[in-house]
Design a protein around this ligand. Structure first.
Ligand code: PLP
Length: 388
């Protein structure tokens, strides 16, 4: 009766497993003051421009003349137009509003997009990887090819020997916090064009890019509009993990005509992101919104800078954290990821994410996030230093 592909999935979603371990430890040591640098949730409040937009939209909902019910299936024009103007045209990229689909976040879209593919396509993902790409394709019973990203290859995935039809790329990367330069991303676009493959490009952390030679969108690369779908999220850009809003770009020029199919899928299974969330997202593109969002990103990136500096001084080997809010830290003394997780939890009362939870190439690493408060981040570093 059931889809037995679900039975092949790993027992629990990684973060549920971590939460259970933390809960068990709290029961053992109820007075332990635990700092989480584990799950990638944000800690800073929504910026004033977003709050103002939410209040205004709420007031509109209270009056019959401005009340909104179901919205347009691809999202409101006001938001899709702001996206096109600010995220694409401002970078010299020609994307049209009917190529943009507003979503309730990138998790749903990165998880659901595979529904447009036939069961027998071969999927490639990086290892380590954001688990949603793997699990959603496993639920559909597809074969998955892993592209190891290791310190040896500079965390740059190399094309597989066998043919693959779809490659999921996520840059800036979760979990390693590393990026691809324009040339490295061009190599993948060229690969996709030559091999009739599609790239599903997850740009959820694009707003954290500081370096000039790191592309913010795959469409900065010539030819990408023929082979790439791009996912965006406001979760980390503007603290929308609780508000829920993102978008997906499905170009009309794709070699495989997915734009009408995604529209068909969404209009059948998705009833839109709330009007309030979309007005909140629109506010990020106002001059005040832009300045305020940048300030919060700078706040988190200051944590990343500090963590890189202090951990490196302590003797840790650290990757990422320059153009991304994640640090990928080699465990000391050859410890396994979960072993170091336990040590961090029990000795320093700090929660990290075991790298192996993102794939076998993540063994021997942990991921730390820069989304804490300055105070907690400093305190966590102090504790690790004291207990080492
Ligand atoms: N993609 C990546 C790589 C992520 O790390 C996350 C969130 O952690 C998401 C997508 C999901 O974001 P959202 O909150 O928009 O669903």
């Amino acid at each position: 009766m059931i889809n037995d592909c679900f039975l092949k999935l790993s027992g629990a979603y990684l973060f549920s497993e971590i939460a259970q371990k933390v809960k068990a430890y709290k029961a053992e040591a109820p007075r332990a003051d635990i700092i989480s640098l584990g799950i990638g949730d944000v800690t800073q409040p929504l910026c004033p421009a977003v709050i103002e937009a939410l209040h205004k939209a709420t007031d509109e909902m209270a009056v019959a003349a401005s009340f909104r019910g179901y919205g347009p299936e691809r999202g409101y024009d006001f938001l899709r137009e702001a996206i096109v103007a600010n995220d694409f045209q401002a970078r010299g990229i020609d994307i049209e509003a009917d190529e943009v689909f507003i979503s309730d976040g990138a998790k749903s879209d990165t998880g659901n997009f595979q529904e447009l593919l036939s069961k027998d396509v071969r999927i490639a993902v990086t290892d380590p990887v954001y688990p949603v790409y793997v699990d959603s394709n496993m639920m559909a019973g597809r074969e998955i090819v892993y592209l190891p990203c290791t310190a040896e290859n500079g965390f740059v995935p190399q094309p597989p020997k066998e043919h693959v039809d779809v490659i999921y790329l996520c840059y800036p990367n979760n979990p390693t916090g590393t990026t691809l330069t324009r040339d490295q991303l061009k190599m993948w676009v060229d690969y996709a064009l030559q091999n009739n493959a599609l790239i599903f490009y997850d740009a959820a952390y694009e707003a954290y890019i500081q370096s000039e030679d790191v592309p913010h969108s795959i469409y900065e690369i010539p030819g990408a509009k023929q082979c790439a779908v791009e996912f965006h999220s406001y979760s980390k850009t503007a603290g929308f993990t609780g508000i829920r809003c993102g978008y997906t770009v499905v170009p009309k020029g794709l070699k495989v005509n997915l734009n009408p199919l995604w529209n068909r899928r969404q209009s059948t299974k998705f009833n839109g992101t709330s009007y309030l969330s979309q007005r909140a997202a629109e506010a990020i593109y106002t001059p005040e919104g832009k300045t305020q969002v940048k300030a919060t990103i700078a706040y988190y990136m200051e944590n990343a800078r500090l963590m890189r500096e202090v951990l490196t001084d302590m003797g840790f080997i650290v990757y990422g954290g320059v153009d991304a809010p994640y640090l990928w830290v080699r465990t000391p003394n050859g410890m396994k990821s979960w072993e170091f997780f336990d040590w961090m939890l029990r000795s320093a009362h700090v929660v990290c994410t075991p790298g192996v939870g993102f794939g076998s190439a993540g063994e021997g690493y942990v991921r730390l996030t820069a989304f804490g408060t300055h105070e907690n981040t400093q305190e966590a570093l102090r504790r690790v230093n004291d207990k080492l």
